[in-house]
Design a protein around this ligand. Structure first.
Ligand code: SF4
Ligand code: SF4
Length: 165
């Protein structure tokens, strides 16, 4: 006789996605989202915390595996999100009004970019899968891929360009 196994407890989600309307991003404009809906859109991939190299002539942007000194390479979260501007004053504030200025460098998988372009979220997004681990298990996040900017001199960042983000 088959035995039932207890279902594993869902992984802890560091971003509060509780109590949100199912698929709210499909019919709620970014500018009309509540603060909680906006924050919950972030998939936690950590890609926007990688340092970028921008070609002054062509404007082309290349992402490197050199991460902000505050990024935790395992959780892919900021180590001091609430007070980050005390340590990293240049860290951007992504809001509905600043988003258009950052679209040129945001990763193709970024949920803010996708929703802005009228596209849906992928299966691995925690809002779709219900599991904050799928952004990592699908290989979308930067978990285990980064080197801290504290350890690599800026003149060497060009040796660490990564593609297909
Ligand atoms: S790239 Fe976009 S979805 Fe990923 S962590 Fe940054 S803001 Fe969130
Ligand atoms: S300060 Fe935090 S949120 Fe900003 S780039 Fe660094 S790790 Fe990311």
């Amino acid at each position: 006789m088959p035995r039932s196994r207890p279902r594993p407890a869902p992984a802890f989600d560091p971003i509060d996605r509780t109590g949100l309307r199912d698929r709210y991003w499909r019919d709620t404009p970014l500018s009309r989202m509540s603060g909680k809906e906006w924050e919950a859109l972030c998939d936690g991939c950590g890609k926007c915390c990688l340092n970028k190299l921008e070609d002054d002539t062509t404007g082309e942007v290349a992402l490197t595996r050199i991460a902000c000194k505050l990024l935790d390479d395992t959780s892919c979260l900021c180590g001091s999100y609430g007070t980050r501007h005390s340590f990293v004053p240049e860290c951007i504030r992504l809001t509905p009004s600043t988003l258009p200025d950052h679209l040129y460098w945001l990763p193709a998988t970024c949920a803010y970019r996708l929703v802005h372009e009228g596209r849906d979220l992928a299966w691995w997004h925690p809002l779709v899968s219900g599991d904050p681990e799928t952004v990592h298990s699908s290989g979308t996040s930067v978990r285990g891929l980064t080197l801290s900017e504290a350890l690599v001199p800026e003149e060497d960042w060009e040796d660490h360009i990564i593609e297909d983000l």
